[in-house]
Design a protein around this ligand. Structure first.
Ligand SMILES: O=C(O)C(=O)C[C@]1(C(=O)O)C=C[C@@H](O)C=C1
Length: 295
């Protein structure tokens, strides 16, 4: 098969109009400009399903949200990355997020229920408390999942992007309702580990590495020992998050982003030394960060 002839498919959270789709469109345009690779978009109904589709080979890439500047980690992404084996991060991209309240109601007074992804509801919680204190908030799989209901029920609102409102031809009742104006979400572009696609994607300077691990016992210094490995080798951490192992209360997995390329001698020896202090260690790979700010 010709190297650049096949069209890649990219899984993302749907239905159309999500921020994940917006991030995917940005990445696909960037791919086409920088390497001539063409890609088609495949929406899935949850973040977990888009990663599972990738793991099962239904698509070659997936674009998933990882972290938001207001609300922090997207837990569904972290948990699924841990559960699925052999996934590799190819790029990170940062997308500015501006939420709108979309509804067919005449005014805010008519709204009884607001749907959105839990991340979006959380990013607008102050605005919701101030302007819609008595509405019922209903979490959905994505910001756009409930949009099709809106034209049939004037008492429903949804929080999504103004781009989504345009796409579904729905009115915006309030714009820029996120509690902090500088709202950004980081996404990862993911492939299967050691897949052919790795060799086709444009070469980039690998500036970050993401890993996750569990520690063998809940003893004093267990986390400290792992962090000291990086401190001693002068490797900077840009993020650390914990998630429950789900095995028992008080037991955690740690997700760490490092500012270094996995192929450097320091990182190679750091990761080797790290295995002495970890139970399970997953290396999600090295990548560079693209900014979708100027789209
Ligand atoms: O529901 C969407 O539109 C998404 O793309 C998901 C998601 C997220 O999970 O963080 C992405 C960006 C915003 O932070 C809000 C929601």
């Amino acid at each position: 098969m010709g190297k650049n002839i096949m069209t890649l498919s990219v899984a993302h959270l749907g239905p159309p109009g999500t921020y994940a789709e917006q991030a995917t469109i940005f990445y696909v345009k960037w791919l086409s400009h920088s390497s001539g690779l063409e890609a088609s978009l495949r929406p899935y109904s949850s973040i977990a399903q888009s990663l599972q589709a990738l793991a099962q080979g239904e698509t070659q890439l997936a674009v998933v949200p990882v972290e938001n500047s207001i609300e922090g980690s997207v837990t569904m992404t972290m948990d699924t990355m841990w559960q699925l084996d052999s996934l590799q991060i190819q790029s990170a991209l940062i997308l500015p997020i501006a939420h709108a309240l979309i509804s067919c109601a005449d005014s805010l007074d008519g709204i009884k229920t607001v749907y959105s992804h839990p991340q979006a509801l959380a990013q607008c919680q102050g605005w919701l408390r101030a302007f819609l204190p008595n509405v019922q908030l209903i979490p959905s799989n994505s910001t756009t999942e409930a949009l099709e209901k809106l034209e049939y029920d004037l008492s429903i609102g949804a929080i999504a992007s103004s781009r989504a409102a345009e796409l579904y031809n729905l009115p915006i009742l309030a714009s820029r309702i996120n509690d902090y104006a500088e709202n950004c979400t980081r996404f990862w572009v993911i492939s299967q580990a050691e897949s052919d696609i790795t060799h086709q994607l444009p070469l980039q300077k690998l500036t970050h590495t993401s890993i996750a691990f569990s520690v063998p016992a809940n003893v004093p210094g267990a986390l400290l020992k792992t962090l000291q490995v990086f401190a001693h080798l002068d490797i900077n951490l840009s993020r650390i998050e914990s998630r429950p192992t789900k095995r028992s209360l008080g037991e955690y997995l740690f997700f760490i982003d490092l500012e270094a390329d996995v192929n450097t001698p320091q990182m190679k020896s750091a990761l080797l030394e790290l295995t002495t202090y970890t139970e399970v260690l997953k290396i999600f790979g090295s990548y560079s960060v693209l900014s979708a700010n100027d789209q």
